[in-house]
Design a protein around this ligand. Structure first.
Ligand code: ADP
Length: 582
């Protein structure tokens, strides 16, 4: 593991180095200052000694000679270790209290003498060539006659001086200790926020409970930490929302009627719903358990080619596969991250419905063509007739009119049927009392009953109620009665009876005592456009949709209807309506 200092230790180290450098700097500066001041004061002392000696020489009129006992005596009154040298203006040593002047070299080039020549006085610190002691030399130039040079051993004098200032060292030490303590205090204080931030991050990683935004110290790091907590909470919330959305999506996939699978770029399964494998097994030739198998199956060749292609302009591709009498729509969507979705929908039913619709449309066109062609024929005949032949014209106009009525009835039936199938919710559902409804039907048709000598019997109790559409319930029985009138024959009896009512259903019987329907046609009479006697009924006006409307209307009420011939003659319909509201 790489060695790493904690934030606190690093602050401590940096501050320690700074304080140490600062302290050493102060000590060095102070020492230099002391040295300078001591040198200055030594120089002053040496200067007054030199002056004193000069005045002594002048006062006593001492002449320079080989021996100068007066000076030797004077020295005894001056500070210990003081060295006195008198040098004439040519640099020749005329007196030295420590060394023999005869062996001493010319002193004109000594720095202090040079300075004294230039400025009247001068000093220099150096090792003596004569006795190898470090001296502070001080020389004064006296009116160009001679130089008095006094010197004291330098080191010996400075050290005690420094020692005497040891209180300064104690002060610096104290300053250093206080600074270090303060440094500890502040480092702890500053690193507290960082430490807490680190704890927060570690807790977060280990999924332990974390602090709220309000528990951080009131400083910049605390502020940053609080911001991070807030962002983290926001992130957590968003992540939760995202997970929820994902869950919804997955549920949607699970309950979807379609087969949905998501694969990675490497074609590894990420998600598939149960329908997917089921559809896949219908399409592929041998049973498989792996969704990824599809990439090696020949039925999915087109899909694989699309996925392999590098220059595709679209990210979506759809195709159709027909297998085992079923039709599938396959769609591939490639996402931005190169993952992709394969979507298989079973369109067999939809396709069948589409074909049925197509057939119905063809039938409708065919049915409409008959009356329209007739009307056109009649009108053309009228136009070709002699305008004066009013009687024949009238006859054709009458026929054309009948066809127009047929046409309009056909259209009405078609639209009724379409409405039942496509817009069932347009029929208002309500509790319908059947007795009054059937009475109304009887009175609507009373004229024709009378004309055709038909007896209409209603055997339904007053309280029989069906929850459903009044319009459709009327239409069911109206179509049945109309059929009896049209096909059963003359002088017949029509009966509508509620023969049973249980807790959950109402049972009706409709019958007439007419000619009935041949058994082979019975199963087909509910089909659209089915007529028993094709040629005849087409002319007499039936659309072949009446019983289709009846059947669909009954089914819309979740009921059922069957037709059968009565043993005593005539057609019988048994109709059941459930009592529930749905
Ligand atoms: P349409 O709308 O042309 O009347 P339907 O679908 O109602 O056609 O009836 C289909 C066929 O069933 C009719 O062509 C008719 O021959 C026969 N049919 C219906 N009701 C009766 C009945 N009560 N008695 C005899 N035949 C009937």
């Amino acid at each position: 593991m790489k060695f790493r200092l904690s934030y606190r230790k690093r602050i401590l180290l940096y501050f320690f180095v700074i304080i140490a450098i600062f302290t050493v700097g102060i000590i060095l500066f102070e020492q230099k200052q002391i040295r300078y001041e001591r040198t200055r004061s030594l120089e002053n002392m040496l200067d007054s000694n030199a002056d004193f000696i000069h005045r002594y020489i002048e006062g006593k009129n001492i002449a320079f000679s080989d021996t100068m006992p007066q000076l030797d005596e004077l020295i005894t009154y001056l500070p210990d270790n003081l060295r006195l040298t008198i040098i004439d203006k040519a640099g020749v040593v005329v007196y030295d209290n420590l060394l023999d002047k005869r062996i001493m070299t010319n002193h004109i080039d000594r720095p202090e003498i040079q300075k004294a020549i230039g400025f009247g006085s001068g000093s220099n610190i150096r090792m003596s060539d004569s006795n190898y002691i470090r001296y502070l030399y001080y020389a004064n130039n006296y009116e160009g006659k001679y130089f008095i040079r006094v010197a004291l051993p330098y080191e010996v004098e400075v050290r005690p001086f420094l020692n005497s200032k040891n209180s300064f060292m104690y002060f610096i030490l104290l300053f250093f200790i206080v600074s270090v303590l303060m440094m500890f205090y502040f480092a702890n204080k500053f690193s507290k926020s960082i430490k807490e931030l680190k704890e927060f991050a570690v807790n977060l990683k280990n999924e332990k409970p974390v602090k709220t935004a309000f528990q951080f110290p009131d400083d910049e790091v605390g502020e940053v930490s609080a911001e991070i907590v807030e962002n983290y909470n926001l992130l957590k919330e968003n992540r939760k929302k995202l997970a929820l959305e994902r869950e919804k999506l997955i549920q949607h996939f699970q309950y979807s009627e379609e087969g949905i699978a998501i694969f990675s770029e490497e074609r590894k399964k990420i998600y598939t719903n149960s329908h997917f494998l089921q559809f896949l097994n219908i399409i592929v030739d041998k049973p498989v358990l792996e969704d990824e198998y599809l990439f090696s199956d020949s039925n999915f060749e087109e899909i694989v080619t699309f996925l392999d292609s590098t220059d595709r302009s679209e990210n979506v591709f759809s195709t159709r596969i027909e297998k085992s009498g079923k039709q599938f729509n396959i769609r591939v969507i490639i996402f931005e991250d190169k993952n992709f979705e394969i979507y298989i929908s079973d369109i067999t039913k939809a396709e069948k419905r589409r074909l049925l619709k197509q057939e119905i449309t063809n039938n409708i066109a065919h049915e409409l063509r008959t009356p329209v062609t007739s009307i056109r024929g009649y009108l053309e005949t009228i136009l070709s007739l002699n305008p004066k032949d009013i009687a024949r014209q009238q006859a054709f106009i009458d026929r054309a009119y009948v066809q127009t009525i047929r046409l309009s009835e056909l259209i009405q039936d078609i639209s009724m049927l379409t409405k039942i199938e496509e817009a069932a919710d347009r029929f208002i559902r309500e509790p319908v009392y059947m007795k009054p409804l059937l009475d109304e039907l009887g009175s609507d048709l009373s004229d024709i009953f009378h004309k055709k000598n038909i007896t209409f019997n209603i055997d339904v109790a007053d309280g029989v109620i069906i929850y459903g559409s009044r319009t459709l319930l009327y239409s069911i029985f109206r179509n049945l009665v109309d059929n009896s009138i049209a096909y059963a024959g003359e002088t017949i009896q029509i009966t509508i009876r509620c023969y049973m009512e249980s807790d959950d259903a109402v049972y009706f019987e409709f019958h007439d005592n007419g000619i009935g329907v041949e058994e082979k046609h019975l199963v087909k009479i509910f089909e659209r456009f089915y007529r028993v006697n094709e040629g005849r009924t087409r002319d007499t006006g039936g659309s072949g949709l009446g019983l289709s409307i009846v059947k669909n209307a009954v089914l819309l009420h979740k009921g059922n209807i069957v037709a059968k011939n009565r043993p005593e003659g005539g057609l019988l319909f048994l109709i059941t309506f459930p009592k529930t509201k749905n």
